[in-house]
Design a binder for this molecule. Structure first.
Ligand code: BV8
Length: 246
């Protein structure tokens, strides 16, 4: 079977022969659903802030109400959008390979809404509230400016991993094990700037996996990958799926 419009034969063969495919996604996969990527300039009243400056425990401690307003704005953005063909292609890909691991840096829950199962949420989930003191998980409560923990009274915080915070142990373990075991590693829609997520591609390379970057703008790490497919995830991922579909 020859190339599809721009998938190299060698990559198509590697995907067909793969025992285990690991996919890492970033904000670019949700961009085509209308969710602004992490490094794009923020919109409206958030335009004067950098996301990296708001997504920290220090920012939350300094002004929990401001940080809650930002996350509630983001919850609203995501609640109004739908998964796109890239999300659905990833969900379908999982059923076409013997073993499949999806690791996402995205906190928008769109992979689960597209039907992906066992999603490794490397940076947490926007739609969970966690107790700032104990880390317990609570159902999102948007009725208070600053929700508090019913157990201990401390402020609740969004269930995401902030800069300077450790990745949840189980997510880190699962993601590293998959990167170290997979035969093909797809890095999709990420600037590969944020660690340790960006280090998963290195792990895959050390394990001799075939590594692929899918991004309309090749990142500074593009030459580290065996293949750099310059394209939108909502276009390229369905093409990969078509290659594997019987
Ligand atoms: C930690 C949740 C230690 C919150 C996020 C120097 C070197 C190495 C590391 C560091 C360093 N200095 C500081 C660090 C640590 C830091 C870090 O990596 N900083 C970066 C900025 C240098 N990392 C951390 O702090 C991590 N923790 O290291 O802990 C530790 C250990 C033990 C004990 C205590 C501490 C935690 C990082 C997690 C931060 N949380 N999100 C929230 O969402 O509010 S990260 C945030 O960035 C999002 O999750 C986002 O997904 C992620 C990465 O960004 P991308 O997804 O790549 O998005 P981006 O906008 O950058 O790029 C989008 C891409 O899509 C672009 O390339 C674009 O071209 C492409 N694109 C656009 N359209 C499309 C597309 N692609 C495909 N199709 C399209 N249509």
């Amino acid at each position: 079977m020859g190339d599809s419009c721009n998938i190299p034969d060698a990559l198509a063969a590697a995907l067909r022969d793969a025992r285990h495919v690991c996919v890492l996604t970033g904000a670019g996969v949700s961009a085509e659903s209308g969710v602004p990527t992490f490094r794009e300039a923020q919109e409206g009243l958030w335009a004067k802030y950098r996301a990296e400056d708001l997504a920290t425990p220090e920012a939350f401690l300094a002004d929990p109400a401001l940080i809650w307003r930002w996350y509630r704005w983001r919850r609203g953005v995501v609640a109004d959008v739908e998964p796109n063909p890239g999300h659905y292609a990833i969900a379908a890909l999982a059923d076409l390979v013997p073993r499949f691991t999806l690791v996402t840096q995205n906190v928008d829950d769109l992979h689960r809404r597209a039907g992906s199962r066992d999603v490794v949420e490397f940076h947490g989930n926007l739609f969970e509230d966690h107790c700032f003191a104990e880390g317990t998980v609570h159902v999102a409560d948007d009725s208070h400016d600053i929700p508090t923990c019913p157990q201990c009274g401390a402020n609740l915080r969004p269930g995401v991993v902030w800069f300077g915070e450790a990745i949840p142990e189980q997510a880190l373990e699962k993601a590293c094990a998959a990167a170290a075991d997979c035969d093909v590693f797809l890095s999709v829609g990420t600037s590969s700037l944020v660690y340790p997520a960006a280090g998963l591609a290195d792990l895959a390379q050390q394990n001799d996996a075939v590594t692929v970057e899918i991004n309309p703008n090749p990142t500074m790490h593009a030459e580290r990958f065996d293949f750099a497919l310059a394209g939108n995830s909502a276009t390229v991922l369905p093409e990969l799926l078509e290659l594997l579909s019987p």
